[in-house]
Design a protein around this ligand. Structure first.
Ligand SMILES: Cc1ncc(COP(=O)(O)O)c(C=O)c1O
Length: 329
């Protein structure tokens, strides 16, 4: 539609379909585009936050955009892409995937069950500034057919170079812009294909370990840890809120006990003394001790805490290498 000279004036009505747990920025983007924050068709999600493909609307007419999600921000869950794609093709819909962090699962063959049909969508969004640790802001939009970008964004003027080859100003909304892609290229070139895969698999392994550690520490793990997100809650709302405050104040380290792997006892192995004691030195202090010593009751409806483990791992990843990215593989 963006390529139409008249824009949305006189255009057929567009239906936008999103999952119940579409990221808030997707909804904001719809508002910015003039498509309305609330005029979307929301598809119910399952208990992991995955869009339920069996609930996709069958009654839509006219142009349709389906926004699926690779990596739900709370659980790391992946939408069922094969079924969504099948529905999108049936309705000649455009299938977009918000893969802000989840798109990187494509680099890990052991996660092929999560990413089946993901590569067959029409467009994808992801971030360089999450796993790759490049500076904010480095959002990446990918489209199946490059000419769609050119049709939407070309801005010709006599004083500008002719549009031959790659010219970022003709492929993105901005005209003047700094070369963010240099940083992404440098990290990808440094890590290499295998290095990126190792980064993803290692981080996801740490998430598994962290889920075990948090469980041992008395928190309830609420999600299936399929990727890098671990969703936990404490025994009561009050304790959960105190934990959120402590984690935010501490930059992701509070409440996690000793850093995993820093002691002789491997994280995940049963402690002879029961749950791992809270850390008593450093910045993780008062709010963490009561949290880590009690188990939540079955009936508790505590609001979940998002444990943004990826942030912590980015820190670890950089620290382990003396603050510099090193060539791997
Ligand atoms: C699934 C998902 N979509 C979109 C975003 C927004 O990304 P950004 O903050 O880089 O715009 C995030 C950020 O965490 C996310 O997790």
């Amino acid at each position: 539609m963006a390529g139409r000279p008249a824009g949305l004036f006189g255009a057929p009505e567009l239906t936008v379909v999103v999952g119940e747990y579409a990221h808030s920025t997707v909804v904001r983007a719809l508002g910015l585009l003039g498509l309305g924050r609330d005029r979307v068709r929301r598809v119910p999600a399952d208990d992991q936050g995955r869009m339920r493909a069996d609930c996709l609307p069958g009654d839509v007419t006219g142009p349709v955009v389906i926004c699926a999600q690779a990596g739900e921000v709370n659980t790391g869950a992946f939408d069922p892409f094969p079924s969504i794609l099948e529905s999108a093709r049936r309705h000649q819909a455009w299938m977009h995937v918000d893969g802000a962090f989840g798109l990187w699962a494509l680099t890990d063959p052991s996660r092929a069950h999560l990413t089946a049909a993901l590569a067959d969508a029409d467009s994808w969004a992801t971030d360089g500034h999450k796993w790759l640790n490049v500076p904010y802001d480095c959002g990446i939009a990918l489209v199946r057919r490059p000419e769609d970008l050119r049709r939407s964004f070309t801005a010709a003027a006599g004083y500008l170079p002719p549009d031959t080859g790659f010219e970022a100003a003709n492929l993105t909304p901005q005209s003047s812009q700094r070369a963010r892609q240099v940083e992404v290229w440098a990290v990808l070139r440094t890590l290499g294909r295998q290095g990126v895969t190792d980064l993803i698999t290692r981080t996801c392994r740490h998430a598994q370990t962290m889920a075990v550690c948090l469980g041992q520490a008395g928190l309830e793990v609420l999600n299936d840890v399929v990727f890098n997100q671990v969703l936990v809650r404490a025994a009561t709302d009050e304790q959960t809120r105190a934990l959120i405050t402590a984690v935010q104040r501490d930059g992701g380290r509070a409440g996690a006990g000793r850093p995993c792997g820093s002691t002789a006892r491997p994280c995940g192995s049963a402690s002879p003394a029961g749950p791992r004691p809270p850390r008593t030195s450093g910045t993780a202090q008062t709010p963490s001790s009561p949290l880590l010593s009690s188990r939540p009751p079955e009936t508790d409806q505590t609001r979940p805490v998002i444990c943004r483990y990826v942030t912590m791992l980015r820190w670890t990843h950089t620290r382990q290498r003396g603050g510099r990215v090193v060539r791997r593989g």
